[in-house]
Design a protein around this ligand. Structure first.
Ligand code: TMP
Length: 214
């Protein structure tokens, strides 16, 4: 049995990740692949509890940046071993809405924790499980914020309520990671139309993971 491919999508608020992931999963399924979609934090029963604590629960408001980091890592450690690895092993392709780069960028660069320490913790959490391809949807912060607010109404989660400078750091952080690992990352201009972005992503799939668009 050939191992599945592991594809992750990254980007800041309002970059169109959810829409493009849906389209990507549909495109792969049409071509006969067995596909599993995951999202982070969450994706396992324990991970969903962590998601609520991190994003919405009253009890999460007092979390330190360090605790936040470790909770994201715990959610991911669970997801990798209980869901992602078993799926890849049986030939399923996994399309992930965020993975370890989110932690490097949001907790390391955004929250100002030591980036090397964050990378170490990430590496411990995921073990050998690294993405074959990471699609980074890059968008200027202003456009991203107005898209995110339009999509979620006026309700912001705890991360979305950060100031604009935070999201500038997130964008820069992602671009830096992409420059450090160009063989894994594909940076896509997310300011284009939804269809143009999809076409661009399909072309990356064609070149980088051998999915024929014919
Ligand atoms: P999303 O469901 O819109 O992707 O939101 C998830 C939020 O959690 C988003 O604001 C980014 C944040 N996040 C982190 O701060 N660190 C992480 O490791 C992950 C996976 C997400």
């Amino acid at each position: 049995m050939q191992r599945g491919k592991f594809i992750t999508f990254e980007g800041s608020e309002g970059c169109g990740k959810s829409t493009q992931i849906q389209r990507c999963v549909a495109m792969l399924e049409t071509r006969g692949f067995d596909v599993l979609q995951t999202r982070e934090p969450g994706g396992t029963p324990a991970g969903e509890k962590i998601r609520n604590l991190l994003q919405f629960d009253e009890e999460g408001t007092d979390l330190t940046h360090e605790s936040e980091l470790l909770l994201f890592a715990a959610s991911r450690a669970q997801l990798v071993r209980r869901v992602i690895e078993p799926a890849l092993d049986k030939g399923t392709w996994v399309v992930a809405d965020r993975f370890l780069d989110s932690t490097t960028v949001y907790q390391g660069v955004g929250r100002g924790l030591n980036v090397d320490a964050v990378k170490e913790i990430n590496s411990f959490a995921v073990g050998e499980t690294m993405p074959d391809l990471t699609i980074l949807l890059d968008l200027d912060v202003k456009t991203g914020h107005s898209r995110a607010v339009a999509a979620s109404g006026s309700v912001e989660d705890r991360m979305e309520s950060n100031p604009m400078e935070f999201f500038e750091k997130i964008r820069e952080g992602y671009l830096r990671l992409a420059a450090e690992a160009p063989e894994r990352f594909a940076v896509i201009d997310a300011s284009a139309t939804i269809d143009e972005v999809t076409t661009e992503i399909e072309s990356v799939f064609n070149k980088r993971v051998g999915v024929s668009m014919g």
